[in-house]
Every structure is written in structure tokens, then in C-alpha cells.
Design a binder for this molecule. Structure first.
Ligand code: NAD
Ligand code: DAO
Ligand code: ZN
Length: 369
């Protein structure tokens, strides 16, 4: 079939809206009509050329929601008409990672997904007979896409696509980092670096977990009001400080953060996030994705004296199990998504959506089809 997609032909170039040919679903695959897709910093990162796994031409997008239109042979958990959220971290429930109980990083289709291909090693997308790569197993910047069954979370039918698509990445990553990875407890002091689409969800996760101080750090003062709406108790703009930010935060939190979260992708900030943690027990969680070849550093004595460095992908969530629950939290009013979706636009305006992100004017832009 012919589908409408925003195609990334090469790093650094704007996306182009084109008609792309899409083959139907094969064994274990599902054809999904995408109704809405969020624009995440990670799509922009891949488009910039900084992503070591970036392959072109590709159809980017990994934060979508839509409806099942057709299923391939052997698909048993989904049927036509089901509402779904594609998962860039699948959940096969069978591989040794899934059954370990220690990680959400299912490896069942990891190799081909990293190559921009479906599990059988081929692509379903073509332009003029030439292969176009999938992205993160999702490719949600197209009005139809094909996704493996194990990479689809079935969600309730009354959830609005243009809101719950955000659960496909930003919401789950931020809230999950707090609840699954850090396991923040009531009364803990938390510091969040970077108050964008991920960091604000870390803040609402910390509030849900009953944190005491929730300190937000950002260079953009316009993030203060929104941060406070989501539960932030203190705001720090490092450029307004006359002293180094690390001793400032250690002092503010009465000895250091119980948990800190880096939600930017800046390796210097990652060091600050570790070093503002409490001696003896403070844990710092890296969420931000740094550019190709970049490295983190600290004095090993920071770890010897009890601080812990961790990272998290998709908030440690097992998507087929956890995503439908997070959709319920949204529908029950337990979490706020509406105030984070600042711009909704047709697919044709997707490049404007990325401009708004780069200018710091949007939290989440969403394209609809
Ligand atoms: P964003 O651009 O919306 O937000 C980043 C925020 O950081 C902005 O508010 C910006 O003003 C602030 N900032 C930039 N430099 C700063 C500095 N030096 N000090 C303080 N604040 C600074 O980005 P996002 O969508 O929230 O994504 C954040 C990061 O998380 C990205 O690196 C993205 O690739 C990554 N990410 C990771 C996962 C995962 O599973 N680990 C999932 C999604 C996104
Ligand atoms: O190696 O098993 C694996 C999974 C690698 C992909 C993890 C992606 C998480 C970070 C990228 C940001 C997603 C939007
Ligand atoms: Zn698995």
C-alpha cells in the first residue's frame, strides 16, 4: 500500500513528506494505522547525525499511538481494531533478559531493530523500489507502519491518541526512571537536571512517589512555572549562581540528593548530577543520551564513598505490561499529560515542530495524521 511519511534522507536535512510504499505484515507482525506521534529529542538527535546507530534513509518517530488494521500469520495477542502504542523496547516475555526479572531490555529482536530492519532482516518501506529503514522498530512518522507483535502494547479504546502517544516514550521514561529504576521513597530528596519532555515527567514521578524536596535545574527560566505545576519545590538556573552548582545543591538538600536524574544528554552535567548526591547512599540516574564518542568521568572516590551511578532506558518499563497501566493512570487523572503537549500539528508541519523543540519553545509537539 502507499502511505504518507516524513522521510529522513540524510543527517542534518529537514524531513520531507512523501508517498512511501509499505508491504503488509509478515509472520508475527502487525500493520498499524498511526493516529498521532510525539516529537522526542531522540528523533532530533538521530536526525542531527550524532546518533552512532543512525541509518538513512529512514522513517523516524518512536512515540506513537494508533489502531491495528491487519495482522500477519501467527499473531495471537492482537486483532484488527485494537488500539496500540508501539514499543521501541519490546517485551517478548521469553528471552533470557525478559525472564531474568532484572531488566526491561528484551533482546528478542535487538540486532535487526538496531539495523533498521524487521526481525526477518528486511524492510517493509520502499521509495521507487529502494529500501527505506525502520527506526527503533517503530517508524511512527508515517500514517501506517508495520511493527512486531512483541513491540505493541494494547491499550484501552477510550484513550485519546494525541495524548497517550507520549506514553510511548517521554512519560514512561520519566516516571519509570523514578518508580522502577531509582525506586524513590516517600521523604527522599530529588534533583532533576533538564526540565524538558523527560525531566518534567521525572518531576511528576517524584511527586507520585512522595518525594520531599524536588529540585529542578535548567538554563531556561521559562521551565520554572511548569516545573512547579508538576511538583517541583525548588528551581535552580545554574547561570544565575555565583558559586559552583554542586556544593550549592549539596547545601540546599542538607547533604546531597538521595536521587538525581540527568535528563539532558550532557556529560558534564552527568558528572554534576553524580557529585550532588548524598555521600554514602545517593544514586544518580542517567536518562539523557550523549553524542557519539562522548564519555563520562568523575573521581572514583565519589563511588568509593557510596554514590551510585546508574542508567535507564524507557524508564525500566516492560512495555506490554506497564504501558496499558500508565494509560489508565492518565485516564484516571493520576498523571498530567495535557499540560506537557504544547503543540499539535499536521504531519506536513513536522519540521516546524522540531524548530520549536530546538528553540526551547515546546515541551512536546505532536503530529496527527
Ligand atoms: P528536551 O530538549 O525537551 O529537554 C532538555 C532540557 O535540558 C531543556 O529544558 C534545556 O533547557 C535543558 N538544558 C540543556 N542544557 C542544560 C544544562 N547545561 N544545564 C541545565 N539544563 C540544560 O529533551 P527531552 O526530550 O526531555 O530529552 C532529554 C534527554 O533524554 C535527551 O538526551 C533524550 O535523547 C533522552 N532520552 C532518553 C531516553 C531513555 O530511555 N534513556 C528516552 C527518551 C529520551
Ligand atoms: O541494547 O538492548 C538494547 C537497547 C538499546 C536501546 C535503548 C534505547 C534507550 C535510549 C534511547 C532513547 C529512546 C528514545
Ligand atoms: Zn524478551
Amino acid at each position: 500500500m502507499d502511505v504518507k511519511a516524513a522521510v529522513a534522507h540524510k543527517a542534518g536535512a529537514p524531513l520531507t513528506i512523501e508517498t512511501v510504499s509499505l508491504d503488509g505484515p509478515r509472520e508475527g507482525e502487525v500493520l498499524v494505522e498511526i493516529k498521532a506521534s510525539g516529537l522526542c529529542h531522540t528523533d532530533a538527535f538521530t536526525l542531527s547525525g550524532d546518533d552512532p546507530e543512525g541509518i538513512f534513509p529512514a522513517i523516524l518517530g518512536h512515540e506513537g499511538a494508533g489502531v491495528v488494521v491487519d495482522v500477519g500469520p501467527g499473531v495471537s495477542s492482537l486483532k484488527k481494531g485494537d488500539h496500540v502504542i508501539p514499543l521501541y523496547t519490546p517485551e517478548c516475555r521469553q528471552c533470557n533478559y525478559c525472564t531474568s526479572g532484572k531488566t526491561n531490555l528484551c533482546q528478542a529482536i535487538r540486532v535487526t531493530q538496531g539495523q533498521g530492519l524487521m526481525p526477518d532482516g528486511s524492510s517493509r518501506f520502499k521509495i521507487n523500489g529502494e529500501k527505506v529503514f525502520h527506526y527503533m522498530g517503530c517508524s511512527t512518522f508515517a500514517n501506517y507502519t508495520v511493527v512486531p507483535e512483541i513491540a505493541l502494547a494494547k491499550i484501552r479504546q477510550d484513550a485519546p491518541f494525541e495524548k497517550v502517544c507520549y506514553i510511548g516514550c517521554g512519560v514512561t521514561t520519566g516516571i519509570g526512571a523514578v518508580i522502577n529504576t531509582a525506586q524513590v521513597k516517600p521523604g527522599d530528596n530529588v534533583v532533576v537536571f533538564g526540565l524538558g519532555g523527560i525531566g518534567l515527567n521525572v518531576i511528576q514521578g517524584a511527586r507520585l512517589a512522595g518525594a520531599n524536596m524536588i529540585v529542578g535545574v535548567d538554563l531556561n527560566n521559562s521551565r520554572k512555572e511548569l516545573g512547579e505545576k508538576f511538583g517541583m519545590t525548588h528551581f535552580v538556573n545554574p547561570s544565575d549562581l555565583e558559586e559552583d552548582i554542586v556544593p550549592y545543591l549539596v547545601d540546599l538538600t542538607g547533604g546531597g540528593a538521595d536521587y538525581s536524574f540527568e535528563c539532558i544528554g550532557n556529560v558534564n552535567v552527568m558528572r554534576q548530577a553524580l557529585e550532588c548526591c548524598h555521600k554514602g547512599w545517593g544514586e544518580s540516574i542517567i536518562i539523557g543520551v550523549a553524542g557519539a564518542g562522548q564519555e563520562i568521568s568523575t573521581r572514583p572516590f565519589q563511588l568509593v564513598t557510596g554514590r551510585v551511578w546508574k542508567g535507564t532506558a524507557f524508564g525500566g518499563a516492560k512495555g506490554r505490561t506497564d504501558v496499558p497501566r500508565i494509560v489508565d493512570w492518565y485516564m484516571d487523572g493520576k498523571i498530567n499529560i495535557d499540560d506537557l503537549i504544547t503543540h499539535v500539528m499536521p504531519l506536513e508541519d513536522i519540521n516546524k515542530g522540531f524548530d520549536l523543540m530546538h528553540e526551547g519553545k515546546s515541551i512536546r509537539g505532536v503530529v496527527t495524521f
